[in-house]
Design a protein around this ligand. Structure first.
Ligand SMILES: [Zn+2]
Length: 609
């Protein structure tokens, strides 16, 4: 066990521990049994959880497994090896790897009779999640058994478990608070907090074991990682990389992109391993600790409001770092790697360059943002502004990301003037009455054709039905033998089935297009309204609105000599009332089509520069 998986228990190690536990409990025939017929639902599962922090302090997994084996033996339950599950995540949420497997695959599919927990706190430290899990078990008819709490479903047992869950919740909360308070205390005493040092440093401590067996930290500090005997950073070491980054960005005014490439060329691994990216370089530049002053308790992680959440038992991921009020900060000193002046210069430079790129500054006015696609990889192109001449262009989002998984080799730039070219096409079409009428008429005539076909199928059905009646008469009149009659009727029935199927298909299609057909008049009105606004002097926002409403997409050819423009009309209609309802996406031909794919119509334009 090395590298990233350090601390996680491997399946082989787990199997060994299970074997030892079964042996110690004297229950080898019932705990961790291999080769059980898992289609039977009489088995029990055993669930163990130990967070990595807990494990680092005191590994209790062997003891937990022994307790499970003893509980299984006491009750005479058989636990197959496959149903002994160990998780390493927190008790604050239920969406852990094996817990999810237990809930969704084993319990919800009723593949077991019950599940064993050594302690109620191993399941959850959240009273609501505890209840949620119990309800699921009750619903699917799966029993549960806790080593330290009543397992019944009566009121008193349920209430008892709730009380324990509340107590566990309090324990988690106080542990976290006391860890923070402890770190603040350490910082106030002139030490660094007990956490990983920033890239470029190493966490060091001087500790002694007290007479009662506790670890007493006498001193904790960060050391530069790493210095040669003269006191300068060793080339290629993390500290040296930090100094280089600030020199390149702050003094030589290199871009983050250049720095990331340079470091990757030099084969220097990024702080978390892997390749450097501009964002990773920026993370280093933003860290204030390199000037020698650091603060503890300065930031808090908060959930991103734009991120989708799972169900109520899932972890709420705190992915955004937000500063805490200044008076909560406690500051401490670490060896300085760069001067405050250089730090300020580098930080200001990347903030300045970031401006106008959509994040910190004003976003670039680009009509085709998210609407123009790379001819080689098909991904939407990104908008960039040329630093000196302030020209706007589009390029493949993956081309400048050599560190990404699937970089794209398309290196051409689409000039921002394509905005105008596309707008001219849209404008021309909106102005063209003949074109518009044609589009709407072709939709209508398609509907009429379908109605005719439907009529034909219905006629076929009635024909076949009357034929069956005649065959029956003929059989009764002695014209057909029984076999002949049977054969003829079977033929007619097959024809009816086929026609009915076809009619049904047409009907559904017509119903679907009916929803739109009724709105053809509305489409007309809407387009007219769009046109009547003075398109000649349309502002950028007007144009963007129209491009969005028309669902314009642009596909340049690789040589950038032609572009394919598609339009998927996606109009919002005003109702009588206040609420706007989006009508099913109506796709209308855009120019004379030279290729038709489904109901999306496309036009290719040759570009004349
Ligand atoms: Zn591409």
């Amino acid at each position: 066990m090395a590298g990233q998986t350090a601390g996680l228990i491997s399946q082989k190690e787990l199997s060994d521990l299970i074997e030892e536990a079964a042996e110690a409990a004297g229950y080898e025939e019932g705990f961790g049994v291999e080769g059980c017929d898992l289609t039977k639902a009489s088995w029990w599962a055993a669930y163990v959880r130990q967070s990595l922090e807990e494990q680092a302090q005191n590994n209790r997994i062997p003891e937990y497994l022994l307790t499970c084996a003893r509980m299984a033996k006491d009750q005479g339950m058989v636990v197959p090896r496959e149903y002994i599950l160990v998780d390493h995540e927190s008790s604050e949420y239920l969406d852990r790897k094996h817990m999810t497997y237990l809930r969704k695959e084993v319990i919800a599919k009723r593949r077991i009779a019950g599940v064993i927990f050594t302690h109620q706190g191993r399941l959850s430290a959240d009273p609501l999640h505890q209840l949620y899990f119990e309800r699921e078990c009750a619903y699917y008819g799966v029993k549960f058994l806790f080593g330290d709490a009543p397992g019944g479903t009566d009121w008193a047992s349920t209430a008892g478990r709730q009380l324990m869950a509340q107590a566990n919740w309090l324990r988690v909360k106080t542990n976290r608070e006391s860890a923070r308070a402890g770190n603040i205390g350490r910082v106030l005493k002139g030490m660094v907090p007990a956490s990983r040092a920033a890239y470029g440093y190493r966490y060091c401590r001087d500790a002694e074991i007290t007479t009662d067996g506790r670890i007493h930290i006498k001193k904790a500090w960060w050391e530069v990682n790493e210095l040669d005997p003269d006191g300068t950073p060793v080339p290629g070491s993390p500290a040296w990389v930090v100094v280089q980054i600030f020199t390149w960005v702050g003094a030589e005014e290199r871009t983050l992109y250049w720095v990331a490439n340079r470091l990757n060329e030099m084969a220097v691994p990024a702080p978390e391993g892997g390749k450097w990216s501009p964002a990773r370089v920026a993370n280093v530049v933003h860290r204030h600790c390199y000037t020698g002053n650091h603060a503890y308790n300065a930031n808090a992680r908060v959930p991103n409001p734009d991120r989708p959440l799972g169900d109520i038992t899932a972890e709420v991921k705190r992915t955004l770092l937000r500063p805490k009020p200044r008076d909560e900060w406690v500051t401490f000193e670490v060896p300085a790697l760069v001067s405050g002046e250089l730090w300020g210069k580098a930080d200001a430079l990347i903030a300045e360059r970031g401006r106008g790129k959509g994040k910190q500054g004003k976003s670039i006015k680009a009509l085709l943002r998210n609407r123009i696609f790379c001819p080689r990889c098909g991904k939407p192109m990104v908008v960039r502004r040329d630093g000196r001449q302030q020209r706007v262009y589009y390029h493949c989002s993956k081309y400048f990301r050599p560190w990404a998984d699937n970089p794209c080799s398309y290196n051409k730039f689409v000039p921002g003037t394509w905005d105008d070219l596309v707008w001219d096409c849209v404008y021309a079409l909106l102005k063209n009455d003949v074109w518009l009428e044609q589009q709407l008429a072709s939709e209508q005539s398609q509907d009429e054709n379908m109605a005719k076909l439907l009529k034909l199928h219905r006629y076929k059905i009635s024909q076949a039905q009357s034929k069956i009646a005649r065959v029956r008469e003929g059989f009764e009149g002695g014209i057909y033998s029984l076999d002949e009659a049977k054969q003829r009727i079977a033929e007619c029935e097959a024809a009816i089935a086929k026609a009915e199927q076809e009619a049904k298909r047409l009907q559904t299609e017509m119903n679907r297009s009916d929803a739109g057909a009724a709105d053809i008049e509305a489409v007309k009105r809407q387009l007219k309204a769009l046109r009547e606004r003075n398109l000649e002097d349309a502002s950028f926002e007007d144009k963007l609105d129209m491009i969005t409403k028309l669902g314009i997409r642009v596909y340049p050819s690789e040589d950038l000599k032609t572009m394919r423009v598609t339009c998927g009309l996606n109009l919002q209609f005003e109702n009588d009332g206040e609420d706007e309802s989006a009508v099913e996406c109506r796709k209308v031909m855009f120019g004379s089509p030279n290729r038709t794919k489904g109901k999306t119509f496309e036009k290719t334009f040759a570009l004349v520069y």
